[in-house]
Design a protein around this ligand. Structure first.
Ligand code: NAG
Ligand code: NAG
Ligand code: NAG
Length: 348
């Protein structure tokens, strides 16, 4: 009953036309300084608009701090990632400090829903809506699907649903190995920007864009290794990691800067938004409860990719006006990420 009602509600009051995501590939055998130079010029216009928009929204002190970090980048951002950032900056003639700042904005402002669902044929579907509360329309124009591969190692590849200018991974799958999605963890920290920058400068904590790429770029990384790193590495900000090996295990890791608290393992379904799983949803954000209620109404044969897309991730409020894209990963099935850009708007 309630599901039917929600469908009617969507079709009458809102319109959402799912759009295809442009696709690119990156050969990791290419020099890091050249890796992004074919892709980034396609996004020069929205990247410039996004850069202007965040500069207007972020206090000057943080921009100054990013510039300090950049002048000492060699110390804080290891290769090959330093050269990749430089390659992005060079290919659209933007200062390196702006590219570092854009990478931090992307990873610290991901207001999302992620879910893990065990299917009847023993695979695990990893779904996510990426919601972004700054300049949502611009983010839609900055989204693309990228396949990373190595000519020298035909068995190695992984994919990401990506925002132009970022080198890190927010929604990424390595077929046969694991998938990862990252959700922002809300805190009362008013100085989150400054604290993030200070922990790079003074505590040598690595930003997620380095940690995530180091995991996926490493051909001998196992699910267990990834789990250990994500639970133990010092971070620049609290966050949730949603991970699965696609076949037997999945979990939600809730992180502080220094440690993991109350990790939970997947039984049949898990949903994570931007609130700790041991707390109730806040009354103004029913996304997790809504997704959980729909999943609980499914029997095991209904746990399919189509249903996760149509009946869970396309239902208001799980789908909302801040949703930039929906992605469904299934690393156990060795299939590409299925993704659509979302455009929910009240009907005129
Ligand atoms: C999964 O099942 C175990 C054993 O029944 C239980 O202790 C645990 O709380 C369950 N996890 C979740 C996330 O429901
Ligand atoms: C699951 O639910 C669907 C839709 O209500 C139904 O057609 C199907 O028979 C159910 N399957 C099982 C195993 O209960
Ligand atoms: C397993 O289930 C998924 C989701 O229903 C489906 O897409 C896939 O084709 C199934 N795989 C096999 C081997 O049956």
């Amino acid at each position: 009953m309630s599901i039917i009602f929600i469908f009617l509600f969507i079709s009458i009051v809102h319109s959402d036309i799912p759009l295809d995501v442009p696709s690119f590939s990156i050969d990791l055998d290419h020099a890091p300084i050249d890796r992004w130079s074919d892709i980034i010029p396609n996004f020069a216009q929205p990247m410039n608009e996004f850069n202007i928009a965040i500069r207007a929204q972020i206090p000057q002190v943080f921009i100054d701090a990013a510039e300090i970090i950049v002048t000492r980048l060699e110390e804080h951002i290891p290769q090959p990632y330093h050269d990749e950032l430089y390659s992005i900056a060079r290919s659209i003639s933007m200062p390196l400090a702006d590219i570092v700042l854009i990478n931090l904005v992307y990873e610290l402002r991901t207001y999302c829903t992620s879910l893990l669902v065990r299917t009847s044929n023993n695979t695990i579907i990893h779904g996510r809506n990426l919601d972004f509360d700054l300049n949502t329309d611009l983010l839609r124009r900055l989204t693309f699907h990228v396949k990373f591969f190595r000519t020298s190692n035909p068995t190695f590849n992984y994919e990401s649903i990506h925002f132009a200018g970022s080198i890190g991974l927010l929604t990424s799958s390595r077929s046969g190995y694991f998938s990862l999605s990252i959700n922002q963890r809300s805190t009362d920290d008013k100085d989150w920007w400054m604290n993030a920058l200070m922990s790079i400068l003074h505590l040598h904590s690595l930003p997620l864009f380095i940690i995530t790429r180091s995991i996926f770029d490493n051909s001998i990384m196992s699910y267990q290794d990834m789990k250990y790193i994500l639970q133990n590495r010092h971070l620049i900000a609290p966050v949730y990691f949603i991970i699965t090996d696609g076949r037997s295990s999945g979990m939600i890791i809730t992180r502080n800067r220094l440690n993991s608290i109350n990790p939970i393992e997947l039984n049949s379904t898990l949903v994570q938004t931007n609130y700790d799983h041991w707390l109730d949803d806040p009354s103004n954000d029913p996304r997790r409860t809504a997704a959980e209620n729909i999943l609980q109404s499914f029997n095991s044969t209904q746990m399919t990719q189509d249903n996760i897309f149509d009946i869970v991730l396309s239902v208001i409020p799980v789908l909302n006006k801040l949703t930039v894209y929906t992605a469904i990963m299934n690393p156990g099935e060795k299939q590409d990420i299925f993704a659509k850009i979302r455009t929910l708007k009240p009907r005129q």
